[in-house]
Every structure is written in structure tokens, then in C-alpha cells.
Design a protein around this ligand. Structure first.
Ligand code: ARG
Ligand code: ZN
Length: 247
């Protein structure tokens, strides 16, 4: 009734080498779950870095939590996976079939997707065979992950998409992310921008919320969701929402 939900996460780990880097340990996967729980409850250690001007629109606890439900592991000789076509999500194409995607968040790990860190399905795919998120193994968890994406935030970002969040720049020049408390911004930001960072849309110059999880900055530079983003995510897992099966 208070809107809280604990999402069961099924990790589908695909490796070509049986090494720590590819066949991720249970502790590394639990570390990823812990990051998600911190980021989604605004108890992440860097929450204090949120600039004063964004403190009132920064979401507190989203009430979404995660628990490790199952780990499925599979060897594959495939070295590079396309970030399109979802081959990793079906055993007949060398991947791992989802575990009941209407009840679980399926989280696939693959060794390489070229320059793509991860991708996700939106709630309109709820319960379908390909529903879930995919993250390149070296960007999962923290210990042993690859800098500058070594704080587990690729998953934080992908789960945001899974819960109906758009990129903060709306995937267009000064595009719409359907959240009225995230300043309109011209395009994605990257690296570790210095605050304040300004951008102009429609002749109006704004201080950009580049530290939002739905921008493209480095893991160490992102540390907040906004209130409106929280509302959108809660609507997805609500009793009348498309992902009600996760509760
Ligand atoms: N490029 C990916 C996407 O659009 C993920 C970006 C994640 N960013 C990060 N700092 N880990 O879904
Ligand atoms: Zn994204």
C-alpha cells in the first residue's frame, strides 16, 4: 500500500572464458544488487553531492528495491554480441531464455557489445520473452569492474529505462523526457562535468542536471533521480501498472 516493491532479479550470465571477469561471482552480482538498492533509495554514498538548486526536486526513496532471485550461467563461444536482435535472450540463438519475465527482472550479462554499455526494454515489453536489461559484464558491480563505469550505475540507468524513464535530453536536441522537473537540455553529457554546466534550449539558458542517472556521464558523476522520474517508475509497478507482476 505504501507503493514499495522488491523486484526479484534473475541474472543470466553468458561467458566465453570461465574467469572472474566474465563468469561473474555471486558476490559481484550481490554488489550490483546493493548498488541498485542504494541508488533507488537515495542512500547512495554520493547523494550529498546533489547541488543545492536540485535538492528540492531530487527524489528521496523511490520505494523500489531489488533482491537476487536466481543466477543462470552458460558458456558461449560468441565473443561480441550485437546490442540489437536480442540473441543473448534465447537459448536457440546461443543465449539464455528468460525466467518468467512477468514476475522477474531478467538481467543478462554478456562479455562485449562493442561500445554499448547496456540496453533495456521499456514497460510496453512487459512479460515478453525479451523483456529485461542487458549489461556488458565489465560494467556490472564494482570490484573488478572497468573505470569509469565501475560503480554499478549502468544497471541503475538501464533499470530506469525498464521502469519507463527516458534519457534526460529526450533523445533529441532539447527533446522531451516527459518529466517537468528535469531541465530541458540540448543533448547528452559525458565524462565528469564540472557543476554548474549550462545549456540553452528555445533561447533559455539553464543549469543542467547532468548528475541524473538518465544522462550519459561517468558512474562517479551521476547520483540522483528526480521526483517526477520517481512518479513514473512507481506508476509502472503500481497495482494497475504494466509491471504489477513484479510485486
Ligand atoms: N549507453 C547506455 C544506455 O543508453 C548506458 C549508459 C550508462 N551510463 C553510465 N555512466 N554507466 O542505456
Ligand atoms: Zn539509456
Amino acid at each position: 500500500p505504501d507503493g514499495s516493491v522488491e523486484v526479484p532479479v534473475v541474472f543470466n550470465i553468458i561467458y566465453s572464458l570461465n574467469t572472474d571477469a566474465e563468469n561473474l561471482s555471486e558476490s559481484r552480482l550481490q554488489e550490483q544488487i546493493d548498488v541498485l538498492n542504494q541508488d533507488y533509495s537515495a542512500t547512495n554514498p554520493d547523494v550529498s553531492k546533489i547541488p543545492a538548486e536540485f535538492k528540492t526536486v531530487a527524489a528521496n526513496d523511490t520505494k523500489v528495491r531489488f533482491k537476487l532471485a536466481k543466477i543462470v550461467r552458460k558458456f558461449s563461444p560468441i565473443l561480441v554480441w550485437a546490442p540489437t536482435g536480442d540473441l543473448m535472450k534465447r537459448s536457440i540463438t546461443g543465449g539464455i531464455d528468460a525466467t518468467d519475465p512477468s514476475k522477474n527482472l531478467n538481467f543478462w550479462a554478456v562479455r562485449n557489445m562493442g561500445s554499448v554499455l547496456g540496453y533495456a526494454t521499456f514497460p510496453e515489453s512487459a512479460g515478453q520473452w525479451n523483456d529485461g536489461i542487458v549489461v556488458t559484464s565489465k560494467y556490472i558491480g564494482k570490484a573488478g569492474a572497468t573505470d569509469p563505469f565501475n560503480l554499478g550505475r549502468t544497471a541503475t540507468h538501464e533499470v530506469g529505462h525498464y521502469l519507463n524513464l527516458r534519457h534526460i535530453w529526450g533523445d533529441a536536441n532539447c527533446g522531451d523526457d516527459f518529466c517537468d522537473d528535469t531541465p530541458t537540455q540540448p543533448s547528452s553529457n559525458s565524462g565528469k562535468p564540472n557543476y554548474p554546466l549550462y545549456g540553452t534550449c528555445g533561447g533559455v539558458q539553464r543549469s543542467l542536471m547532468f548528475m541524473n542517472y538518465m544522462d550519459y556521464v561517468d558512474d562517479a558523476a551521476m547520483f540522483m533521480f528526480s521526483n517526477h522520474q520517481k512518479e513514473r517508475m512507481q506508476a509502472v509497478v503500481a497495482p494497475n501498472g504494466p509491471r504489477v507482476g513484479l510485486r
